[in-house]
Design a protein around this ligand. Structure first.
Ligand code: ASP
Length: 359
């Protein structure tokens, strides 16, 4: 009986060992087989998925003569910081939504750009910010307008998209929603920058001399408006876009531009492209510019570059100037503008950062 138990036990151990080595050998064998075949012959080996990112910091009359080397370095550094922040996320396998939000946050925190911290002033001497974000996979979108205390408007736009049943919230309602959800609110002083304040005074002075109305006055467009934006493609093939702005300097309180209007300043659709616009908002709204790029690709079969240029030409025909950035599902980017400069950057197919300002 004892002998039987010992034999039985031996039998169980032997069986267990055989099973274990079969398990251990299984994957080892198949790995050898794959290695022998060589990577090029592996039918299941996935090719590296493309990722892509482009950003802008506004388009306008950016004159070389008025730009000091130091100022130019600061603008370039700001754009590079935003590209780095967004691209790190994409490289680590993160989503295009996260990448665009993070890139735009970096630009909102930089006082050189007209969004967040560096927002221009309204005619009443206040700051009113707009932002929006869109997910090309689900076509969900979130937008906020006329914010006065939200440190990073793009974060609130994302929250509207993800935590509310709505697409757009504005003013006090938007800020109450921000507060309820723990979004950082700051004193209005946070948005004060001397340069933007001086620009407002210059505009008001020009107005007194009958210079304002149209563009026949001496204020550079760089002082007047600007926007920041990002478009991205992630490794899962999802496109996203995010746009944020302080709007137009000396705008009437309550004025809302194209930035938070989905289809005008911001649009993303996995079937076509992701777009973020900058320029004379009223014209981009009337042209439905961001959606136009997508529609031209979807219904006219246009390639990204051609569609982006045609949509911008339509804005120009109405009388508007500016630019846009766009990325398609293959990671191609287009950055057309009809002004003499646009703060912009993208990551090329080799992962190299390209930052440009002038034409
Ligand atoms: N599009 C922005 C607005 O109209 C301004 C700009 O991008 O320059 O508010």
């Amino acid at each position: 009986m004892k002998l039987f138990r010992i034999l039985n036990c031996f039998f169980v151990i032997a069986l267990f060992n055989a099973g274990a080595s079969a398990l251990a050998l299984g994957p080892a064998r198949s790995l050898t087989a794959v290695a022998e075949k060589g990577p090029e012959n592996q039918p299941t080996m996935k090719t590296k998925k493309k990722i892509g990112l482009a950003i802008h910091g506004g388009a306008g009359t950016i004159e070389r003569s008025k730009m000091t080397p130091e100022k130019e370095r600061e603008y370039r550094a700001g754009l590079e910081r935003a590209l780095t922040a967004g691209y790190e996320i994409l490289k680590r396998g993160g989503s295009s939504l996260d990448a665009t939000e993070v890139a735009v946050r970096a630009l909102e925190d930089d006082p050189h750009f007209n969004a967040g911290r560096g927002s221009v002033f309204t005619s009443a001497g206040t700051n009113e910010m707009d932002a929006s974000i869109m997910d090309g996979k689900t076509l969900k979108a979130g937008a906020v307008a006329s914010l006065k205390h939200v440190k990073n408007p793009i974060g609130l736009a994302r929250l509207v998209m993800e935590k509310s049943p709505h697409v757009m919230l504005d003013c006090a309602g938007a800020e109450a929603f921000a507060k309820e959800n723990g979004i950082e609110l700051v004193d209005e002083k946070y948005f004060f920058t001397q340069e933007r304040w001086d620009a407002l005074q210059k505009i008001k002075e020009a107005e007194k001399h009958g210079g304002v109305g149209g563009k026949n006055f001496f204020i550079s467009e760089d002082d007047l408006h600007g926007t920041v934006g990002a478009v991205a493609l992630d490794k899962d093939g999802n496109l996203a876009t995010a746009t944020s702005t302080g709007g137009m300097a000396n705008k009437l309180p309550g004025r809302i531009g194209d930035t938070p209007v989905i289809g005008a300043g911001t649009y993303a659709n996995n079937q076509t492209c992701a777009v973020s616009c900058t320029g004379d908002g009223e014209y981009f709204i009337r042209a439905g510019a961001a959606h136009e790029v997508s529609a031209l690709m979807q219904y006219r079969g246009m390639k990204l570059q051609e569609a982006a240029q045609m949509a911008l030409d339509a804005v120009k025909k109405l009388g508007g100037s500016g630019g846009l950035i766009a990325i398609d599902k293959n990671g191609e980017v287009a950055l057309p503008f009809n002004t003499n400069g646009m703060y912009r950057g993208y990551v090329d197919p080799n992962g190299k950062f390209v930052v440009e300002i002038y034409r």
